[in-house]
Ligand binder design. Structure first.
Ligand code: NAG
Ligand code: NAG
Ligand code: NAG
Ligand code: NAG
Ligand code: ZN
Length: 286
């Protein structure tokens, strides 16, 4: 009885709180792993003290565990930027308006990138910085991590495949799992990497790096946040809050919007690889 209560509580907490679920974050990390140069790979592996084949995927959800530790609560606001816009009528992200005093995903990417670039950073600081960058570049690409409305959709009740959950959760997890169709993170990443290389779905990956620069880390991260936030108006809440509270979203809603989850995971992985290449080689590709 007690243990089932504990299990149920942990389950509930996990459901309320995960950003892109494990599958999303690990897929992003595996995609990035296929785009890092050998120099970048060696630097990342050295910081993570790992030569495992899944060296990045293995730490991609660390930040979601850390935020719930007694010493890690300060990092919770770094998983999102709370765009105080008005979807579906108008979407926008404004750094001064939306990045709170405790920081946000954009300030975190700026800070942890500069820590990685600074030769004087301690190795323990670099380890956390690397795990944060791998995670937050992912979070930034989930549209509801760039939205303040209804706690990023966490308080919007929805039904998915017969289960009661919330809008934020299905964008983190259920839509991604339905899209992966049983593939694990490594397999799903191979699938998306093939699509990126082939230019499937009208993707033009080269353009995903337009304007990307370590000289302007905040501008770069803000551009990624604005692009993701625009999907809140165009797709996630296009028909308004009431519309998603009705029916089962695993059918028509999934079919209408899964391409957003697919391109955002692909972009996040591709950009994360390029970002790490910039940090360790000065160039986006190996
Ligand atoms: C990361 O790798 C370690 C060592 O193999 C393993 O114990 C741990 O479960 C892995 N964690 C994740 C999230 O994959
Ligand atoms: C940058 O990160 C370090 C290490 O987590 C933290 O101590 C510092 O307060 C952060 N600075 C900013 C401006 O976010
Ligand atoms: C990629 O995954 C989709 C399911 O999301 C599947 O239909 C497609 O055949 C897969 N493609 C490859 C090349 O594995
Ligand atoms: C970044 O700054 C360096 C040094 O000032 C400059 O050489 C380089 O062209 C800049 N890169 C971009 C993409 O702005
Ligand atoms: Zn997160």
């Amino acid at each position: 009885m007690l243990s089932s209560l504990v299990v149920a509580t942990i389950f509930l907490l996990t459901r309320l709180t995960n950003a892109w679920g494990t599958l999303g974050h690990e897929t992003i990390a595996w995609i990035a792993q296929s785009y890092v140069s050998s120099t970048t790979k060696a630097s990342v592996q050295s910081i993570l003290s790992s030569t495992a084949s899944d060296y990045m995927a293995n730490v991609s959800t660390w930040a979601d565990s850390y935020r719930y530790t007694s010493g890690g609560g300060w990092s919770a606001p770094l998983h999102y930027i709370d765009a105080k816009d008005n979807p579906p009528e108008s979407c926008s992200v404004d750094y001064n308006r939306d990045c709170g005093e405790a920081g946000c995903s954009v300030s975190a990417i700026v800070n942890y990138t500069s820590i990685l670039l600074d030769e004087k950073s301690k190795s323990s600081t670099k380890l956390d910085a690397m795990r944060f960058v791998i995670h937050f570049v992912g979070d930034l690409h989930q549209p509801l991590h760039d939205e303040a409305l209804d706690v990023g959709g966490n308080t919007i009740s929805v039904t998915y495949d017969g289960e009661k959950t919330n809008l934020h959760h299905i964008w983190d997890t259920e839509i991604v799992e339905q899209l992966a169709d049983g593939q694990d993170a490594e397999g799903f990443a191979k699938n998306l990497t093939t699509a990126i290389q082939a230019g499937d779905y009208g993707w033009d990956a080269g353009s995903w790096l337009d304007g990307v620069s370590l000289n302007e880390t905040q501008t770069t991260a803000m551009a990624w946040a604005s692009e993701a936030n625009a999907f809140v108006c165009a797709d996630v809440l296009a028909a308004g809050v009431d519309a998603v509270e009705e029916g089962d979203l695993s059918g028509t809603y999934y079919k209408a919007h899964y391409d957003v989850a697919r391109i955002q995971i692909a972009r996040a992985g591709y950009r994360l690889g390029a970002w790490l290449n910039l940090i360790y080689t000065g160039q986006t590709s190996g």
